[in-house]
Design a protein around this ligand. Structure first.
Ligand code: SAM
Length: 232
């Protein structure tokens, strides 16, 4: 059951069976101007991407959700509030990320209170896994950050361990540590509930440290062929 404001929506379909976009996404048709993308995975009712877009007008904020009702709700909110840099999209982050974004285009990624998937046979549905970080890393800009949080301690430790041990990410608070407080200053719906109850929350933030080096052009001899002088 999903409750959006006063509306209750019962769902029957398996949300993991959703297909990715049939055609390549043309971001220029969605956002009025090009900008680095901030990505919020599993945004729920959408308070977080809405606030993020307002706090960072210099970003285009994309929310990915496996539930159409949430996607519609976010896009209706953004339209009603005249926020043109926030957009929700129906997609499974673990399956469709690679086809959605160009390389080096994401400046910020958040995974807030991902579903824990308690049963062992469902662990493969957990969002933060090495198989997900590999394609994600290629989409991140060299100055990008990845933030995550959960109230479920075993998942918090698992996400931290996976990220700490994945080459290309550095724990901003030091390996093995969690962030001491909110990493963005923006509360999600889930976070508000847990804060009100006094529950412990595992928050973490990472920066990219992969060798995402610009080509060292000055080391090339002038007559050496480069992509530009061969193809332009
Ligand atoms: C527990 S809710 C958290 C909602 C919100 N981020 C918050 O903190 O209040 C997790 C959300 O992630 C979505 N979700 C789960 N797996 C996903 C995936 N692989 N890709 C995109 N969304 C996903 C679910 O539909 C659900 O709305």
């Amino acid at each position: 059951m999903i409750i959006l404001g006063r509306h209750r929506l019962r769902m029957h379909a398996n949300p993991f069976s959703i297909r990715g976009p049939d055609e390549p996404v043309v971001w220029a048709d969605i956002f009025p101007r090009a900008a680095p993308f901030a990505l919020d995975i599993g945004f729920g009712c959408g308070d977080f991407p809405m606030a993020l877009g307002q706090e960072h007008p210099e970003w285009n904020v994309v929310g990915l959700e496996i539930r159409q009702q949430y996607v519609d709700h976010l896009n209706q909110r953004a339209q009603a509030e005249n926020i043109s840099n926030v957009h929700g999209m129906l997609a499974n982050a673990n399956l469709h990320l690679a086809e959605l974004f160009p390389a080096d285009s994401l400046i910020f990624v958040s995974v807030n209170f991902p579903d824990p998937w308690f049963k062992k046979r469902h662990h493969k549905r957990r969002v933060i896994r090495p198989e997900f970080l590999e394609p994600l890393l290629s989409k991140l800009r060299a100055d990008a950050q990845v933030h995550a949080m959960t109230d479920y301690q075993p998942i918090g430790h698992e996400m931290r361990d996976v990220l700490d041990n994945f080459a290309g990410f550095e724990n901003i608070d030091g390996a093995g540590n969690f962030a001491p407080e909110s990493t963005t200053g923006i509360l999600t719906e889930r976070e508000r509930t847990h804060v009100a109850r006094g529950d412990a929350i595992c928050r973490m933030r990472y920066r990219v440290v992969a060798q995402k080096m610009e080509p060292q052009c000055e080391t090339l001899l002038p007559e050496q062929p480069t992509f530009h002088n061969v193809f332009n």
